[in-house]
Design a protein around this ligand. Structure first.
Ligand code: CTP
Length: 475
């Protein structure tokens, strides 16, 4: 198998090869870089394994570059790395093996050969190495038939999968992440071992888990990963609120849709339209309040009243637990969850200007994203129904456009500030200020007055009068 490096890569690898030659230290490219080269995927950083002292090789290799990059050492992992000015990151590690002592369950890590090191890696597709040694430069070293697994699209561990997963339970998430990103199948034994060891994910830090989860979400078809997490039981440990969406109950022959699979469909739909991680999170969470609000009502069948409000309240808690950022991104997701029914309920009625204004006011900058989420939420198999909904949404979009042109509400700032109200009536901060501001906003949204300073000012004077407030001379 011929592997083609770009000219730039070739120049870098030749320098590392020269450094290894100087030290008489065998060294190899290994891991994701080799895998991605074979798959013709873009590569971003490279891992080098050497039979000897990785730090020494990193230092010698760094001196081949001008100016020499700074070598950083990660003592805990026994690795050293440097970044080139182009942004290309190279990590060095000495080959290791594990030795099991009878008195301890934890293996001792000690220097080993290349094959020892390949054996400790997570998947056969990540255990392929390419020699950087002068004698056989460029040769692929593939003791676990990783190349075949790449060709056959298979994720499989080099050793007993339970051992591989117990060494690092995060690898269960990585297996699912690679299966999702690459559209590979997880080999049966490996998949069974994930199911068997799923609860061990509890010992992994939330940050590492969430990192993998976000990579699954950013794949072209994230549902693949969620289904695997659900089927192996991992979802139960890492995201129980989502697992709770699954199942379709039936009473008196009346069922409801399985909200887990519906959510996955919505997520895939959004993923086909947007690369925004947070919009994808909004898709994942849009119906998260359904299990808590589910009821069977004699006259209506299954209902989920207020699930958007309950769901909105769950967003900060879930973000907090998953260690996702709690600032603007969280607020954005919460807002979309809260608003996700608005366009659909609007499209069912005669759309008044004021209803559109309120939607524009509440969604603000995020109106387009909200419309993507709502369109993605139509997962009916009934083609006629889908067509009708999409046409209605198109109408809502047009109406939003019209009203926006006219009233400019997308980034609405009140035309009259609290400061102006206080100055006009010569009052300090008090209940009247908030009440008058709200009254102005409502009048604009209802279309009683235009979204303009002069009209709002006159309206404010009238509201003040009703409250026996006197405008000062300055007004
Ligand atoms: N590796 C491993 N077990 C882990 C993490 C990594 O065995 N839990 C090994 C694999 O051989 C992997 C290599 O270390 O290929 C580099 O890991 P990393 O950079 O995290 O992942 P990549 O495989 O390069 O993939 P990606 O860049 O997509 O994360």
């Amino acid at each position: 198998m011929e592997i083609h490096f770009t000219e730039k890569e070739e120049a870098i690898l030749k320098k590392i090869s020269a450094a290894a030659e100087q030290l008489h230290m065998p060294c190899y490219l290994i891991g994701g870089f080799v895998r991605d080269k074979i798959l013709h995927r873009a590569t971003k950083d490279a891992d080098i394994v050497c039979v000897g002292d990785g730090l020494k090789l990193a230092k010698t290799a760094s001196l081949q570059f001008h100016p020499a990059p700074q070598v950083n050492l990660f003592k805990h992992y026994g690795t050293a790395h440097f970044k080139l000015s182009s942004g290309f990151d190279i990590e060095f590690v000495g080959a290791r093996k594990e030795s099991y002592q009878s008195h301890s369950r934890n293996p001792e890590v000690m220097p080993g050969t290349l094959i020892d090191d390949q054996n400790r890696r997570d998947f056969t597709i990540n255990a392929l190495a390419i020699s950087l040694n002068k004698a056989d430069y460029g040769t692929l070293i593939d003791p676990f038939t990783g190349l075949d697994d790449i060709e056959n699209k298979i994720i499989k561990t080099p050793m007993d999968p339970s051992q591989t997963f117990s060494d690092d339970p995060l690898r269960m998430m990585r297996a699912i992440r690679f299966a999702t990103q690459l559209k590979f199948t997880i080999e049966e034994n490996t998949l069974n071992a994930i199911t068997k060891n799923a609860d061990r994910i509890k010992i992994i830090s939330q940050e590492r888990i969430t990192d993998e989860l976000n990579k699954i979400i950013m794949s072209t078809k994230p549902s693949i990963g969620f289904k695997l997490m659900f089927e192996t039981g991992l979802l139960h440990y890492i995201f129980p609120q989502m697992e709770a969406l699954s199942g379709a109950e039936n009473i008196d022959g009346i069922g409801h849709k399985d909200n887990f699979y519906h959510t996955l469909q919505v997520l895939d739909n959004v993923a086909a339209k947007s690369l925004d991680l947070w919009l994808r999170w909004a898709a994942i969470l849009h119906d998260i309040g359904k299990p808590a609000t589910k009821k069977f009502e004699e006259e209506h069948g299954w209902t989920f009243h207020g699930h958007e409000v309950v769901g909105g309240k769950m967003v900060p808690k879930i973000f907090n637990k998953l260690k996702l950022p709690l600032g603007e991104n969280m607020k954005y997701v919460k807002k979309l969850v809260e608003l996700h029914l608005r366009p659909i309920s609007l499209s069912k009625e005669n759309i008044t200007d004021s209803a559109i204004r309120r939607l524009l006011f509440d969604a603000g900058e995020d109106i387009d994203d909200l419309m993507i989420l709502c369109e993605s939420d139509i997962t009916s198999k009934n083609k006629q129904k889908v067509k009708r909904y999409l046409e209605n949404f198109e109408h809502v979009r047009e109406r939003c456009h019209e009203v926006e042109e006219k009233d400019r509400l997308r980034n609405w700032q009140p035309p009259i500030t609290g400061e102006t109200i206080m100055q006009t009536f010569g009052i300090g901060p008090c209940r009247h200020v908030g009440d008058i501001k709200n009254a102005i906003r409502e009048a604009i949204l209802d279309g009683h007055i235009p979204n303009q300073f002069e009209a709002a000012f006159q309206f404010m004077l009238a509201k003040g009068k009703e409250r026996n407030l006197k405008a000062t001379d300055k007004a």
